[in-house]
Structure formats: C-alpha cells, structure tokens
Write a protein of this length. Sequence first.
Length: 136
Amino acid sequence: MQRILTVAFVALMLSACTTTEQANTALASRFKGQTADSFFLRFGPPVTSYDMDDGRRMFVWAEKQKNFSTPSTSTVNVIGNTAFVNTTPGSNVEVQCQVRLVVNKSGVIEEILAQSDSIGVWQMSRCNEVFGGKAS
C-alpha cells in the first residue's frame, strides 16, 4: 500500500512541474495579437518601456515580488546512547515573474516572453502560475 501511495505522490509531483518554456507558450497563445492596453488593464502597468528604432515599443511588466519564509528544520540521529541534532536554519524565498512585450505601432503585442522567472509558489515557474493556469 505504501508503494502505491509513493508512486501516486511522485506522479502527482511530476505532473505539477512546469517550466518557463511552458509559460512562454501560454503567454504567446493568450496575448500575442492582443493589445498591450488590454494586457496592462488586466495585470497592471509596465515598470519600464523603451522606444525601438523601427517604431515598435518594448515594455517590461513585473508583478510585485512576494517573499515567503521557510521554517528551520531539525533532525535527530541517535547512535548508541548519544543523540545528535542537526538544525538547518530557515530561509527567505522570493518569487516574481517579469515579462517583456514588444508592441507594434498600433499597440498590438507581437512578442511576449518571460524575461525573468523565479520558482513559483506551487510550480517550478512563477510565470506559468500567473499566466499559464493549471500545471500540465
């Protein structure tokens, strides 16, 4: 019974693995050809922009960085009559997705890619959590 539960758990965890490439596929399928205004109205304003020589404009959008604290952990090993305690301190994990959009003169998104993608809260890609929906 334990073996079945272990296999089921591993299968579930592997199915939850996502990558930045999956996030980029989701971004392109959802937003390429849409207006930048519709993107920014839904997700908030860009943090910076750059006018390109060919008349297009590049934007960088970033979600507000989220910080999570992980607790410290301790393990106890008993050898004979002696107990050894090994403690690993907690840490801080920062998650954030940043996206680069290239928009034509009409304001239509031509390119959209994850520019910076941290580990997510529940998936390996924060951008896929924000834009890709369920893990696949």
